[in-house]
Ligand binder design. Structure first.
Ligand SMILES: *Cc1c(COP(=O)(O)O)cnc(C)c1O
Length: 455
């Protein structure tokens, strides 16, 4: 059971099918355009959408809003140092600011970063620095149905090969994403991380963790990596941070905060360069674009997130929803992670071609059937078209992500999602594909307009 009870409740919007049909037409069938008040169960993201604890709200009340040297900063710094072992801690308003600052200070155009999989903003910030982001996921990740426990691993063979190639001197950084968000939230084993760290040290390349879900990764390590079975998630997390030279952190995930993040560094000279950018673009180094209360709430969240009872109940919620999904006849990327389930919409809606966006079609249907907001991760997100609308590239898989906000939805909500999934499967032959009618040149899935194409 959940290791907490409910002290504050927020009503959730309930709409009729006719209202949902009208809303979808109004936003040109783009779920990002909906008002949150039109959504009953919002599984768009687990980022910044969790419920704070009473202790976090209390910590917020005690926050110190001094511009320089606030008590909240020193407390935050102590908590983060203790967890990560990094001497230099720079607060930022969210994870991508840490990326931009680190890459601006560390990368020079023409260099390469290598990762198990770069998260999309991480890749964008590498590319904005004039560099190339190379993903080397392990081969097991390609089999969506296998329940190998560590499909988030980096391919060590290809990493070593990359570090030996003639252009290896261009590799500026290796980034391990824990859990691997761009790779269906699959975890990285400590063995894989330690071997990657050894390779990086041998070749003099710094290793950074993109640690947004470090606690969920640590939990899965204690469950599936025999050598770590008797350790606490906190101990595993501490070890993981100690294997790296620094970290990028979005506190909107495993900080269980609504906003915030940090950059952790061992290298003091690099930290000084980053601090200049921090002051110029985020704020003075003792608040970094956050309020004092945010720093206190994050510090408290970081101490709560490794509680094994919390992590276990989160894993069980994901497994419960995974069972409902399989029972409805929809396959997911196995095994289910903790922060989201990834539905294999391409397999379910095989009558819809990739360029008619089966993932998007399923996401729209889940909204129509039961007011659930999810997000497509398929050819709408990853594909490209030429000027005439002919598909140039499509995604390898057509997926829909159901993200699970932290401590927010209970079994009743998840059962509703299960019923909606079953209803969608029942009407699957009648689910239409979609055609793009307008798209911006960059990040099109956020802003594009679509219309249904009845088959
Ligand atoms: C969310 C996320 C980021 C970016 O963090 P924001 O706080 O959204 O800016 C970077 N990496 C990973 C793995 C993430 O999940």
């Amino acid at each position: 059971m959940e290791p907490y009870r409910i002290k504050v409740v927020e009503p959730i919007p309930v709409t009729t099918r006719v209202q949902r049909e009208q809303a979808l037409r109004r936003v040109h069938y783009n779920l990002f355009g909906l008002r949150a008040d039109e959504v009953t169960i919002d599984l768009l993201t687990d980022s910044g959408t969790g419920a704070l604890s009473a202790a976090q709200w209390a910590a917020g009340m005690a926050g110190d809003e001094s511009y320089a040297g606030s008590r909240s900063f020193y407390h935050f710094q102590e908590v983060v140092r203790d967890l990560t072992s990094y001497p230099c801690i720079l607060p930022v308003h969210q994870g991508r600011a840490a990326e931009r600052i680190l890459f601006s200070a560390l990368l020079t155009p023409g260099q390469i970063t290598v990762s198990n999989t770069h998260f999309d903003t991480t890749r964008a910030n590498v590319e904005l620095s004039g560099c190339q982001a190379v993903d080397l996921p392990c081969p097991e990740a390609q089999d969506l149905d296998s329940s190998e426990p560590f499909k988030g691993n980096v391919d060590l063979y290809r990493l070593e090969e990359a570090l030996h190639r003639p252009d290896a001197s261009r590799i500026a950084l290796v980034i391990m994403t824990l859990t691997n968000n761009g790779g269906a939230g699959q975890p990285v084993s400590m063995d894989n991380l330690a071997r990657a760290a050894t390779l990086c040290r041998k070749h003099g390349v710094p290793l950074f963790l993109d640690a947004a879900r470090f606690a969920e990764n640590a939990w899965l390590v204690t469950q599936h990596e025999p050598a770590y079975r008797d350790m606490s998630p906190r101990q595993v997390a501490e070890q993981a941070f100690r294997l790296a030279d620094g970290c990028l952190m979005s506190a909107k995930k495993d900080g269980i905060a609504h906003i915030g993040g940090f950059l952790g560094l061992r290298d003091r000279a690099l930290a000084e360069r980053c601090e200049l950018l921090l002051i110029a673009t985020e704020g003075f180094p003792t608040y970094g674009g956050l309020a004092g209360r945010d720093l206190d709430m994050i510090a408290q969240g970081l101490t709560e997130v490794t509680d094994p009872r919390y992590l276990q109940s989160r894993a069980e919620a994901a497994h419960h929803l995974a069972r409902l999904t399989r029972d409805a006849g929809i396959s997911i990327i196995e095994p289910p992670g903790l922060h989201a389930l990834y539905l294999n919409a391409g397999r379910l809606l095989s009558h819809i071609a990739a360029h008619r966006f089966p993932g998007h079609a399923l996401a729209c249907q889940l909204y129509l059937e039961g007011g659930i907001r999810s997000v497509e991760l398929g050819s709408l997100y990853l594909g490209q078209e030429d000027e005439n609308g002919a598909p140039v590239t499509t995604a390898p898989y057509e997926l829909v992500r159901l993200a699970l906000p932290r401590r927010t939805y209970g079994p009743g909500h998840l059962n509703h999602v299960g019923e909606v999934l079953a209803a969608a499967v029942k009407s699957k032959e009648r689910i239409p594909g979609y055609r793009l009618v307008e798209q911006p040149s960059l990040l099109r899935h956020f802003r594009c307009k679509l219309e249904p194409v009845p088959s």
